[in-house]
Design a protein around this ligand. Sequence first.
Ligand code: KG4
Ligand code: ZN
Length: 317
Amino acid sequence: MLSNIVASQSELHERFGGVVPEIASRAHVESILPVIDRALSEAGAKFTDLAGIAVVTEPGLVGSLLVGLTAAKTLAMVLELPLVAVNHMEAHLYACRLAAGRDVFPAVGFVVSGGHSNLYDCKSAVDYELLGTTIDDAAGEAFDKVAAILGLSYPGGPSIAKAARDGDPTAYTFPRTFLRDEQLRFSFSGLKTAVLYEVRGTPGSFREVPPLTTQRVADIAASFQAAAIEVLVGKCRQAVDLLGHDRLCVGGGVAANELLRAELQRMAEKTGVELLIAPPEYCTDNAAMAGLGWELLERGLTSPLDLDVTPGLVRMR
Ligand code: KG4
Ligand code: ZN
C-alpha cells in the first residue's frame, strides 16, 4: 500500500446524529479531487503510473456512489485505463486479507458496519456469496441510534463502548433477537426500541422512569452492547458451523469494538476457527479496502464505461 487517504465526514453529520444523504453527496463532490491528488502525491505516483481505476459501485448512498463513479469513469476514459467495480462489503472483507498479508480464503465473512450486518461465504478473494443479512437495522445503526437515545455523541459505536466501560452489562436484560433462530439473519430494531422504552418509559405505562444519571447511561450502554455482541458472535458461530470453513474474516466499523473482538477471539478459540480481523483503522472505511480492485483487475474482471451504481444490497443468490 502506497497511500491510504481517508476524508471523514463525521463532523458534518454529528449534529444530526446520523448521515444526511444530501450533505454526504455534496461533501463527496468537494473532497474527491483533493483526495485523489493527495493519494497520488503521498504515493509518489503520477496518473501515468496507474494500471487501472477501481471504484465502489455498491451498496451505499446513491449520491455518494455517483460522485465516485463519475470521477472514476472520467479518469478511466481520459487516461485510457480499465475500470474496476468494487463491492464495498466485499472490500471490507478483503481488508482482512490485506492485514494478514497472505491468502485467507475460503473463509466465513462477516461485515458489521453502519449500514450492514452481513454474513458471507468467501470462496476466494473475488467470489463472495451473501448468506444472510439484517431484516431491519444494521448493528452499527443500532449503536448510533442507542447513543443518540442516551445523549452520547456521534458516531455512536465508540461512545457506547466508552460509556459501557463503567457500566454493568447485566443491569438490564435486553432482547437477543434471532440468537436461537435457524436462519442466518439479524434484527436490531427490537433491541433499539427496548433501550428507548427503558430510557423514556413504555408508552401507556405509568411506571416512573428513573433519571438518566451517568451510571444509568453506563449500565444501559453496557447492557445494550452485551446484547448486540452476544447476537453478533452467536450468528458468526452458526455460520462457521454451517459452512465448515476453518477461517473467519470480520470487517466493518463495528469490528473496531474491543469487546466484540475479544468475544470473537474467545469463540474462535473454542471452535478451532482462525479469526482474521483487521486492525481497527482498517475496519472502519478506508482506502486500503480498494486493494480488492487490484485482485479483480489481475483477473481481468473489469467493467465497461456504462457501468452504473447499485445502491441497495444485491440480493442473495
Ligand atoms: O464501516 P463503517 O466505517 O462505515 C460504513 O457504514 O460503511 O462503519 C461505521 C459504523 C458506525 O455505525 C459506528 O458507530 C460503528 O461503525 N463503529 C463502532 C465502533 N467504531 C465504529 N461500533 C461499535 N464499537 C466501536 N468501537
Ligand atoms: Zn464501510
